[in-house]
Design a protein around this ligand. Structure first.
Ligand SMILES: C[S@@+](CC[C@H](N)C(=O)[O-])C[C@H]1O[C@@H](n2cnc3c(N)ncnc32)[C@H](O)[C@@H]1O
Length: 312
């Protein structure tokens, strides 16, 4: 199917207060999100494919780094991608249009809207996909409950989040951990939670989903995996920590000398002899409003047959 990227529509409620969004909307951040998605595509998207004809909502699509993967892995699906940032949506649309022109992929519609106030009817979607968004929200459980309303009974939710507490590396460095902690504290001060991965199961259950399954997806990089060292350790994780330097200084969370030492030590984990570990968490859940139990056509967390038990 040819991609049909329709016009962006705008919800009146799209003016959400995202001043505190810790990563910002710079060109550098757009590149980082692209690097992250490209490097981790197989790790994060393995097991996620939506059947032809299904209607999929992606909230917080950003610059479309994950939308490209969804469109590619579910060529017959119809994807509705939402974000509050008009600029990110424009980049997302361009990214999807430019990706492997001519290859089969899903139709994508773009909407500027706040996920807490989406302009869609109850039960309008078969599947919802959320990646690296809940970590920025003050009330992720309320967001999840609201998204459940948009799922048909038996429809599924897929959530992917990281957890900065899972970062460990060699050579060990208290300075590097302190720099990471600055990012965690800044995100927390902005109302988010950079350690949210470990909370996904209780969050999804609390939001009323059934059949909640959460599984770790681990990245481990050393010199034998140079593309992960570059794509993840350097260009995704270290770049993300580096980007909050000014905010960390302004908040008095670090000194220039300590910060620079921490960042230099993170870079050492990407050099010869260095190693880096990080864990993402991928959750799958069902809107069991009708008592359905997940036999809805979407793959499970580990890509097991949707009609059978999850391979966990
Ligand atoms: C870290 S980016 C992740 C983008 C994309 N999902 C990815 O994985 O590359 C988070 C995105 O969520 C969006 N976002 C944050 N709060 C939102 C809200 N209330 N409604 C819609 N989008 C939101 C931001 O604008 C940003 O584009």
């Amino acid at each position: 199917m040819e991609t049909a990227v329709t016009g962006t529509t705008e919800s009146t409620a799209a003016a959400a207060d995202l001043d505190g969004y810790v990563h910002g909307y710079s060109e550098r951040e757009a590149r980082r999100l692209g690097d992250q998605a490209d490097t981790l595509a197989e790790l994060l998207h393995h097991g996620t494919a939506y059947p032809p004809g299904s209607r999929v909502l992606e909230v917080g699509c950003g610059v479309g780094a994950q939308t490209v993967r969804l469109a590619e892995s579910s060529p017959g699906a119809r994807i509705v991608a939402v974000d509050t940032s008009e600029e990110s949506l424009a980049q997302a649309r361009a990214r999807v249009e430019a990706h492997r022109p001519g290859a089969p992929r899903a139709e994508v519609e773009w909407h500027r809207a706040d996920l807490f106030d989406l302009p869609f009817a109850d039960a309008e979607f078969d599947h919802v996909f959320v990646c690296f968004v809940l970590e920025h929200l003050r009330d992720p459980e309320r967001a999840l409950a609201g998204l459940r309303r948009l799922l048909r009974p038996g429809g599924t939710l897929t959530v992917i989040e990281g957890d900065h507490g899972s970062a460990f590396f060699h050579p060990a460095s208290a300075y590097a951990h302190a720099a990471i902690d600055c990012q965690v504290r800044l995100q927390s001060a902005a109302g988010g939670d950079a350690l949210i991965g470990r909370r996904l199961q209780p969050l999804l259950s609390g939001a009323g989903y059934d059949g909640v399954e959460v599984r770790p997806r681990t990245v481990y990089a050393d010199r034998t995996r140079p593309s992960l060292v570059d794509g993840f350790t350097r260009n995704t994780f270290t770049a993300m920590i580096e980007s909050v330097r000014e905010e960390a200084m302004a908040a008095g969370l670090s000194t220039p000398a300590d910060w620079d030492r921490g960042i230099a030590d993170l870079h050492r984990t990407a050099a010869d002899g260095g190693t880096f570990h990080y864990t993402f968490f991928k959750a799958h859940a069902v809107n069991g409003a009708s008592g359905a139990n997940g036999a809805n056509g979407a793959n499970r967390v580990e890509g097991a047959n949707a009609a059978g038990p999850s391979a966990v």
